[in-house]
Design a protein around this ligand. Structure first.
Ligand code: CA
Length: 421
C-alpha cells in the first residue's frame, strides 16, 4: 500500500526543483477553467492542477466509495466532513496513481491535468465562523511595548490563555483578489476630534489559519489531545489591518472595522497529515497553564514563512522571514480554549493564528513592527520607502516546511491594494 507521506516516493509528473507541491503534499483546493466554469475539487503536483472530479469519473476512486457530489462542489467542506482518515485514504490513492511505477491513468492525463496558470483557483473552503487569535509572544510583546509600557508589554491574561476575538468570514478572499483600502474613523491627534477618510496606516499581518473538519455539539468541549481530530489542515493567512482605525476603535471590545474589510487566504488546504514530518516542540510556557490547556507531545510545526512587498512598478522585496514554530500557544491549545465553554465547532470554521513574529527585527510579521510604528522605514529596491502599505503595492505571503530534502509548501496568499473609493 502506497503512503502519501513516504519521502522516497517519486512521481511520473514533472516537479520543478523547489516546488511546494511534491507528490507527498497533495493539498486540496477548488478550481474552474474557462471552458468549464463549474467549480470542482482539485489537488496539485508540481505546476499541475489535477481535477479530482474527472479522476472520480474515471472510476479510480471506486474502492474508496466517495459520494460523487463531493468532488463536484464549490468547496472542500463535504470532503472534510467525511473525516481525516477518509481524506488520507484519498491522498494515499492519489500517491498510488501518480507515483512513477504506475501507468494506470497516464494515457488519459489530458482529461484531468491542467497547468496551474490556465486555471482559476477559488476559495477552497466555505468558511463559517472565523476566529483570530493573538498567540505569538514576540508580536504581543512588540505591540504592547509600542502602545503601552515596554516593562509591562504583556497584559496579565496573556500567558494564561490564548487571547482571541471573533472576526468576519464574509470578507475572507482567495489569493489574487484585490483589497480595497478601507475608509473609516481615526483620531490622528490625541485630544482632538476624530476625522473620517481612507486609512493611512494599512498593514498586513503574517498568519496561518487552520480549518475545522469535524463538528462538535453545542455544550461539548474539545481537549488538547482530541483537537487534531478536528483540524483538517492549514492555509496561509494575511489579516489586513488598518492601524489608525484600530487604534481609535479597539477600546474596550477589540478590533472591528480595522480588520473586517478583508483577509487573504492561500488557495490550497495543506493537510495536517502532510505536515506530520515537521512537528517540533514549541516555546516553554511559563507559568504552566491551567490543566485544560496542558498537552502531550510536539504540537508546533517548523513552517518557514515570509512576506514580500511588490510595488506597482514591480520592485519586490522580502521584508519578513518568520516561522510558525515561534507560536507560544499551539493550535490544540487554541481549540481547547475556544471550546472549553461549550462553544460548538462547524465544518468550515476557520481559526487564524494571530500575527507570527519571531525574535529578530527581520522576523516581525507586520509593518507596524518592522517599521516600528513608522520610526524605522523600510527601503525598497526602487529607492522608495515604506512604513505601511501603499496603493498599488502587492503583499505576498509564502510558506513551506522543509526537512531532509522533502518540501511541503502552501503556495502563496497575495493581494494588491487598490485606492479607496
Ligand atoms: Ca490578526
Amino acid at each position: 500500500m502506497i503512503q502519501a507521506n513516504d519521502p522516497s516516493l517519486k512521481t511520473w509528473l514533472e516537479v520543478p526543483e523547489g516546488s511546494d507541491f511534491p507528490i507527498q503534499n497533495l493539498p486540496f483546493g477548488v478550481f474552474r477553467t474557462q471552458s468549464n466554469p463549474a467549480p470542482r475539487l482539485c489537488t496539485a503536483i508540481g505546476d499541475y492542477v489535477i481535477d479530482l472530479s474527472v479522476l472520480n469519473f474515471l472510476s479510480v476512486f471506486d474502492e474508496l466509495d466517495f459520494p460523487p457530489e463531493v468532488f463536484l462542489s464549490s468547496s472542500i467542506n463535504n470532503l472534510m466532513a467525511l473525516g481525516r482518515p477518509k481524506a488520507l485514504q484519498l491522498r494515499n490513492r492519489l500517491a498510488d496513481l501518480f507515483h512513477e511505477g504506475n501507468t494506470e491513468i497516464r494515457d488519459s492525463a489530458w482529461h484531468y491535468l491542467h497547468p496551474v496558470e490556465k486555471v482559476e483557483l477559488l476559495l477552497p473552503v466555505q468558511i463559517g465562523d472565523y476566529t483570530d487569535f493573538y498567540s505569538s509572544i514576540e508580536h504581543a510583546t512588540n505591540v504592547g511595548s509600542m502602545f503601552r509600557d515596554p516593562a509591562n508589554a504583556l497584559l496579565p491574561n496573556w500567558r494564561h490563555l490564548p487571547v482571541g476575538y471573533h472576526g468576519r468570514a464574509s470578507s475572507i478572499v482567495v489569493s489574487g483578489t484585490p483589497i480595497r483600502r478601507p475608509k473609516g474613523q481615526t483620531r490622528p491627534k490625541d485630544e482632538e476630534p476624530p476625522v473620517f477618510g481612507p486609512s493611512r496606516q494599512l498593514d498586513f499581518e503574517l498568519e496561518t489559519a487552520f480549518v475545522i473538519g469535524k463538528e462538535t455539539a453545542l455544550g461539548q468541549s474539545v481537549s488538547t489531545s482530541e483537537a487534531e481530530d478536528h483540524i483538517f489542515g492549514m492555509l496561509l493567512f494575511n489579516d489586513w489591518s488598518a492601524r489608525d482605525i484600530q487604534k481609535w476603535e479597539y477600546v474596550p471590545l477589540g478590533p472591528f472595522l480595522s480588520k473586517n474589510f478583508g483577509s487573504t487566504v492561500s488557495p490550497w488546504v495543506v493537510t495536517l497529515d502532510a505536515l506530520e514530518p515537521f512537528r517540533v516542540k514549541g516555546p516553554e510556557q511559563e507559568p504552566s497553564p491551567l490543566p485544560y490547556l496542558q498537552f502531550q507531545g510536539k504540537k508546533n510545526y517548523d513552517i518557514r514563512l515570509e512576506v514580500a512587498i511588490r510595488t506597482a512598478a514591480g520592485a519586490e522585496k522580502t521584508v519578513c522571514r518568520s516561522n510558525f514554530q515561534y507560536m507560544y500557544w499551539n493550535m490544540c491549545q487554541q481549540l481547547a480554549h475556544h471550546t472549553v465553554n461549550g462553544c460548538n465547532l462547524r465544518v468550515g470554521d476557520l481559526c487564524a493564528s494571530g500575527t507570527i513574529s519571531g525574535p529578530t527585527p527581520d522576523s516581525y510579521g507586520s509593518m507596524l513592527e518592522l517599521a516600528w510604528k513608522g520610526t524605522r522605514p523600510i527601503d525598497m529596491p526602487d529607492g522608495s520607502i515604506r512604513t505601511f502599505i501603499q496603493d498599488g503595492d502587492t503583499v505576498i505571503v509564502k510558506g513551506f516546511a522543509e526537512k531532509d530534502g522533502l518540501r511541503i509548501g502552501f503556495g502563496e496568499a497575495k493581494g494588491e491594494v487598490l485606492p479607496a473609493f
